[in-house]
Design a protein around this ligand. Sequence first.
Ligand code: ZN
Ligand code: MN
Length: 474
Amino acid sequence: MDFEVIIGLEVHTQLNTKTKLFCSCPTSFNDPINKNTCPTCLALPGALPTINKEAIHKAIQLGTALNATINRVSKFDRKNYFYPDSPSAYQISQLYQPIIENGFIELDSGKKVKIDRAHLEADAGKNIHEAGYSKVDLNRAGTPLIEIVTAPDLRSSDEAIEYLKKLHSILRYIDISDANMQEGSFRCDANVSIRPKGDTKLYTRVEIKNINSFRFIQKAIEYEVNRQIEAWEDGVYDDEVWQETRLYDANKNETRSMRGKEEAADYRYFPEPDLWSVEISDEMLEKYSQIPELPTQKSKRFQEELGLSTYDAGVISSAKELAQFFEEILESGVQVKNAVSWLTSELLGRLNKRNLDITSSPVNSKKLADLIKAIEKKTISGKAGKDVLDYLMDHDVSVEAAIEKLGLKQVNDDGAILKIIDEVIANNQDKVQEYLNGKEKLFGFFVGQIMKASKGKANPQTVNQLLKERLKNE
Ligand code: ZN
Ligand code: MN
C-alpha cells in the first residue's frame, strides 16, 4: 500500500526586542542566572503586565513578510499549566484572536504552504540540572515569542525542511529574530501523520517536540513516518499510534513517547484579565509593514538583472549576510560570473570544510573582491588565486601581501617570457624539428616546458601567442 505523509509545523521564534514582552527586563542572553528578573516576570502577587510595543511592531513586519492578514485587534489569553520554570503557572498567549492569520510561504515548486496563524506569547524560564541539583533560571521567563503554525500542508520531510529554511531566512532578513537554533531562538515542533494514498481523512497525528537543527528535524520526521507505516503494515496502528507528544533522541535517532498530547481544553484557556486588547492603528500598520527585500524577491532580481542561474541565486539569497557579501563584491566592479564562482564554489567550499558560515569567514568581501580583481587584471592566474585564497583563510594579511609572500605574481612582461621561450627552444632542438615537420601536438609540450620554467607564473595566453610567433620564425 502507498502512503501519503501529512506534516504540520509549529515554530517558536524568539523576538529580538530589547526588553521582555510584559516588563522592562532586558532579554540579553548569557547574563548571570536570574539577573534579568522583576516582580512581573517572577509573577509576584500584585505585579501587572504591560505590553511591549516593539513586539507588536515586529509581529506586523512578520505578518507582512508572510503575506498574512494582520488583525487590527488581537487579544491575550491565559494558558494554564504547571512547570517549575513558569512561576505564574500559566503562559500569556493568544488563542482566540491571534495577531496574524492566513499567510503563506511559497516553496520553489510554486506550492504555497498555508500559515494558519502566528501569535505572540511569553517564553518560560529554564531548568538547569547539574551536580545532583535542579535550579531554575528565570532570565528567559517573559521573553517574547512568536509561534508560527502551518496548516497540515506539507507532504514530505524535504518539503518541511524547505519551508523551515525559508521561514528561518525570512526572520533574519526582516531582522525580528536572530533565529539561532543552538540557543533555542528557533524551535520546531512537527505534527506527523500518515494515510493511505487517495484517502482524504486525517489520521492520528503525533507531535515531535523541540527539535533544534534542520538535519535532526528531517531525521525525526523520517523516523516517525516509518514507525507509523510499519505499525499500519503490521496491523497494530491503533495500538501503537495515538495522539501524543514524542521526543526526538538525536543520539539514538529515534522518537520516544513523552506524554499524551493535551487538547486546548486541558489548558483551561481564558481571556487574560490583566491586559487590554492590542489595537493596531493605521499609522503603525503603515510604518511597520515597510520591510526589506525578502529572499525570494532577491533571488528573482539576481536572476533577472544579473543573469544568475536559479541555483546560484537561491544559494546566494538564502542568507541575508551572504547576499550582502555578494552585493559588496559586485560593488567593487568585478565581473558577475567571477563574483559568483569565487563566492559560491571557492569561498563557501572552504568555509563548509571548516564548519563556518559567511558571518565568521576569515576572508571578508573586500579581500575576496581584491583577489578577483588581481585575477581579472592578470596579476595572478586563476589557479594561483586558489592558492592565495587558501593562504588568506589562515593569515590575516592583504591580498597583495599574500601574492608577494607566495611569489605568485604572474609574469606578463613579453621580454621576460620571450627569454624563457628562447631557452626552451634552444634546449629542445630535436622536438622543434619534429614540430616543424608537422607534429603539431608538440606545441602543448613547449607550453608545458615554458610554464614549468616560469614556475607557473607566466601568463598562459601571452605564452601561447609569443610561442606561435617564435616557432613561425624558426
Ligand atoms: Zn521582568
Ligand atoms: Mn506555544
